[in-house]
Ligand binder design. Structure first.
Ligand code: NAG
Length: 404
């Protein structure tokens, strides 16, 4: 009897293990014209990644199935949980039950939005064991349909946006529910290409490196689907620039560089110029400032900047994060080559926001700050892992060769 029970137990465990679905892998490409990142969608089209976006949207096609999701359904509420600034909030009106759901897809670059119905579509990707692709998978996705004009300013070949925000209809949550995987995603955004996105957790790639990945709490802010982390201080080499208590840092793939609120920006610029002026004492060349190129304020003659494995030889800038770890950035992560012979510090002052403006984060990190890092967004444990890949590695080292 006991033996039979054991056998039953063992077989059901095996069955459970085989039900355990694998996470979903997609290669990430950086579009050189727009500095935006895309993943393949289907039929040769791609979707733009918007790390702060609440929805998946596309210019729906014939193959996509329309839905009859009513306006009053929970799914429709999820689709409208985060109205974008300047877009109308959906309302059902009086005919609550029969009116079809309408969503408001939003273009993160132009800020435009449009009304659209919901359709069922498919993301063609691979499953992965964390090391390489395992098999092709068609992931069912609910997308808001948008008119073609909403694609303005997005990369050629893209037919929509995949929002990776913390909302119920963002891509990570949809993959989690249709594939029965965790609501997590990993990003390794490329500075060249291709990088990697993995939805659903599972073993982390490059285990020798990612095993010791530091984590910081992921913070949510009412009314925003974006991912935030909080900083206690900003450092320029060993000088601390104080920030207001628990200043929020928002992560963005829409901006190629970082934006800082004035109360953080001014002391950072002062500390940076001081530290740069002090560098020659350590053997660095004397940096020669040149006429700034908008929107940047600090620009230098590249011939007067030294080079090291971290890019131009400039002071390192670090974020002292909640949880005790430091996120260091070298020249590679914030110096912008604006034209031949001129490189600028890619930190820009946010205009028109005050320190007291509760809605404005103190810092918005853009694409250049997020590239060549392994970022592990764990919405279940509400934490973000981040690990800078060593100089001899980059995101394109992921093995995209499927096993035979
Ligand atoms: C990539 O993965 C495939 C499939 O397992 C394997 O055959 C191949 O050796 C791997 N390539 C590298 C460079 O590790």
């Amino acid at each position: 009897m006991a033996r039979l029970l054991l056998l039953v137990l063992a077989t059901s465990l095996v069955a459970l293990a085989s039900c355990q679905r694998l996470p979903v892998l997609a290669p990430v490409t950086k579009d050189p014209a727009t500095s935006l990142y895309t993943i393949p969608f289907h039929q040769g089209a791609s979707l733009v990644l918007d790390i702060a976006g609440p929805l998946v949207w596309s210019t729906c096609q014939r193959g996509d199935l329309p839905t009859d999701i009513p306006c009053s359904s929970p799914t429709c509420l999820l689709a409208n949980a985060y109205p974008a600034p300047g877009c109308p909030a959906s309302s059902c009106g009086s005919d609550r039950h029969h009116k079809p759901c309408k969503a408001y897809p939003y273009n993160p670059v132009t800020g435009a939005c449009a009304a659209g119905s919901l359709a069922r579509t498919t993301l063609v990707a691979s499953t992965t064991n964390g090391n390489y692709p395992v098999s092709e998978v068609n992931v069912r996705v609910l997308a808001a349909c948008a008119p073609r004009k909403l694609l303005a300013s997005l990369p050629r070949g893209s037919t929509g946006v995949a929002g990776l925000g913390g909302s119920g209809l963002a891509l990570p949550a949809q993959v989690a529910s249709t594939q029965k995987v965790d609501n997590k995603f990993l990003l390794c955004l490329p500075s060249g290409g291709p990088g990697v996105a993995i939805f659903g957790g599972g073993p982390l790639p490059w285990p020798q490196l990612t095993r010791s990945m530091p984590y910081t709490p992921l913070v949510t802010k009412g009314g925003s689907p974006a991912h935030y982390i909080s900083v206690k201080a900003i450092q320029v080499e060993d000088t601390r620039v104080s920030v207001s208590e628990r200043a929020l840092v928002m992560l963005s793939t829409r901006l190629p560089y970082a934006m800082l609120r004035r109360d953080v920006y001014r002391p950072l610029v002062d500390a940076f110029t001081k530290a740069l002026a002090a560098q020659p004492a350590n053997g660095a060349p004397v940096a020669r400032a040149v006429k700034p190129v908008a929107p940047f304020e600090l620009c230098y003659d590249t011939k007067s900047l030294g080079n090291n494995p971290g890019g131009y030889w400039v002071p390192n800038v670090g974020l002292a994060l909640d949880g005790g770890s430091d996120w260091w950035m070298t020249g590679k992560n914030f110096m912008v080559d604006v034209k031949p012979g001129t490189a600028c510090v890619g930190f820009v002052e946010m205009k028109g926001v005050d320190a007291g403006a509760g809605r404005a984060p103190a810092v918005i990190l853009g694409g250049a700050q997020l590239e060549e890092l392994v970022l592990d967004f764990d919405m279940e444990k509400k934490r973000l892992g981040f690990l800078r890949l060593p100089h001899y590695m980059d995101c394109s080292r992921f093995n995209f060769t499927r096993s035979a």
